[in-house]
Design a protein around this ligand. Structure first.
Ligand SMILES: [Zn+2]
Length: 142
């Protein structure tokens, strides 16, 4: 298991991620965040919005084409995947049983969930393990 890091998310990328979740409402959105880990801090540099090919309000699956494009671009830039994100259009930003069941990346990346069930969007980050989940440390930076 890799050492968890503190995720640093530039405000503009945070705002764009939340805007994507709102624009794809009532369906779930998804995407990746990539950057570099330096001294325990994972600073996000690039956001890769992905297409939810299920176009569903209760589940998501990233279309393969966008995943391949993101992987290629990350290699070219010399950056790594730091977080995956998706939205919960009507429920709390807490991992669902389906999120835990399809957790194939392990504790390598932060799972950010954008909850749109309240008046204001709520974002929380999680480390998902084989037996459960725990809150991840992350912050917005200017
Ligand atoms: Zn979910």
């Amino acid at each position: 298991m890799s050492t968890p890091f503190q995720l640093l998310l530039p405000r503009q990328i945070y705002d764009e991620m939340v805007a994507q979740a709102q624009s794809e409402f009532p369906n779930e959105c998804c995407g990746l965040l990539a950057g570099r880990i330096v001294e325990g801090a994972g600073r996000v540099e690039v956001r890769y919005p992905l297409v939810n090919e299920l176009a569903s309000p209760v589940e998501y699956q990233a279309a393969a084409e966008g995943l391949f494009r993101a992987a290629k671009d990350m290699r070219a830039r010399g950056i790594q995947e730091l977080a995956v994100y998706h939205s919960h259009p009507t429920s709390a930003p807490v991992p669902s049983p389906a999120d835990l069941a399809r957790n194939f990346l392990g504790e390598e990346v932060v799972y950010l969930i954008i909850g749109l069930g309240d008046a204001e969007p709520q974002v929380r980050g999680w480390w998902l393990g084989a037996t459960g989940y725990r809150e991840a440390g992350w912050e917005i930076i200017d």
